[in-house]
Design a protein. Structure first.
Length: 133
């Protein structure tokens, strides 16, 4: 992980500027951690079932998997993927898709508990459907 030097007291603008120095995989991991932190803070005022679902929803793909997946996707776009890497990418794609499917299940359950639609819940939580690679 990249280490960024910041002063002890930073404004949110300065912090955002520092975060802007992260690579894409590091940024994705950081965002996931920030969302999990936000969910934990909100969880104190939520019913237990909702709090548990929010924590599961905000749990990202493991950083090592996300990093390798991003590396292989970049190689695929550059048309430099070896047959072994292609097989690895397919396995990782399955793993990422399974994670996303579980996440949708948790979102659906939370929407049911809140008596709202999945689309409305995702909008409320600021969650977008994943972009297709």
């Amino acid at each position: 992980m990249t280490t960024i030097h910041v002063e002890a007291q930073v404004s949110s603008d300065e912090l955002l500027k520092a975060v802007g120095q992260l690579s894409l995989p590091e940024l994705e991991q950081f965002v996931s951690q920030v969302i999990a932190l936000q969910a934990q803070r909100k969880a104190h005022s939520l019913p237990q079932a909702e709090a548990e679902l929010l924590l599961k929803i905000n749990q990202g793909v493991p950083p090592d998997v996300q990093k390798r997946y991003a590396e292989l996707m970049a190689k695929r776009r550059a048309v430099t993927l070896t047959p072994d890497e292609h097989s690895e990418l397919l396995r990782l794609t399955d793993q990422v898709e399974q994670h996303e499917a579980r996440r949708v299940e948790y979102l659906t359950e939370l929407a049911r508990l809140r008596k709202t639609s999945l689309a409305a819940l995702m909008a409320e939580l600021g969650i977008r459907a994943p972009d297709c690679a």
